[in-house]
Design a protein around this ligand. Structure first.
Ligand code: VGL
Ligand code: ZN
Length: 203
């Protein structure tokens, strides 16, 4: 299924999204061996890293009286408020210890601007500010992507939808992703991805 012109994108396989982490995703660590095994089969491996300054505006703790997992209105639209997670330089922001890093051509950090979150690896949550990943992939001639990582219904899904809108052929390995699944978010994002032509496969 893989080809030299397909890039593997591994989204946010970081300690805070694994069991024991600040925003743990059930089974988040289970996908690491399978992702590692895929890495040698692609024309490029790109890892993303959620990378927030302390006091980031997506943290509930930055909004007086707000509970984690509640919604707020940001200038750019609705935003879920999260527990503090993936603070720059913290152990929680580090990649899972077993994730292979050496095969990565690029490690792309996102979410580093205090006033704006970035779920997608392509655009921040204003849906306008580019991260630079599209330019990188275009420069290297990739038009086909396989996505894996955490969390299926947030950073992986937003990345997949943006990639499809940018014209990439996008395959999502559901078996190598795990979801937060907040208020039906997994079903909602799965339906959106299917509608936009993202290929969802389980092996
Ligand atoms: C993510 C919530 C907040 C993710 C990142 O990687 O899916 N979710 N920050
Ligand atoms: Zn985050």
């Amino acid at each position: 299924m893989t080809a030299a012109k397909t890039a593997l994108i591994v989204i946010d396989v970081q300690n805070d999204f694994c069991p024991g982490g600040a925003l743990a995703v059930a089974g988040g660590d289970q996908i690491v061996p399978g992702i590692n095994a895929l890495m040698d089969d692609f024309g490029a491996v790109i890892l993303t890293q959620d990378w927030h300054p302390a006091g980031h505006s997506s943290f509930a703790s930055s909004h007086a009286g707000a509970d984690p997992f509640s919604l707020t209105d940001m200038p750019y639209g609705p935003q879920v408020l999260w527990p503090d997670h993936c603070v720059q330089g913290s152990a929680g922001a580090a990649f899972h210890a077993d994730l292979r890093l050496d095969p990565a051509d690029l490690i792309l950090r996102k979410g580093y601007r205090p006033a704006i979150d970035s779920y997608s690896a392509f655009f921040e949550n204003d849906r306008k500010t580019p991260t630079g990943l599209h330019g990188y992939l275009q420069d290297r001639g990739f038009n086909s992507l396989v996505l894996t990582g955490l969390a299926t219904d947030f950073c992986v899904a937003y990345s997949a939808l943006d990639a499809a809108a940018l014209g990439y052929a996008v395959t999502l390995r559901l078996d190598l992703c795990r979801a937060i699944d907040m208020d039906g978010s997994l079903a909602a994002m799965t339906a959106q991805m299917t509608a936009k032509g993202v290929t969802l496969i389980s092996s």
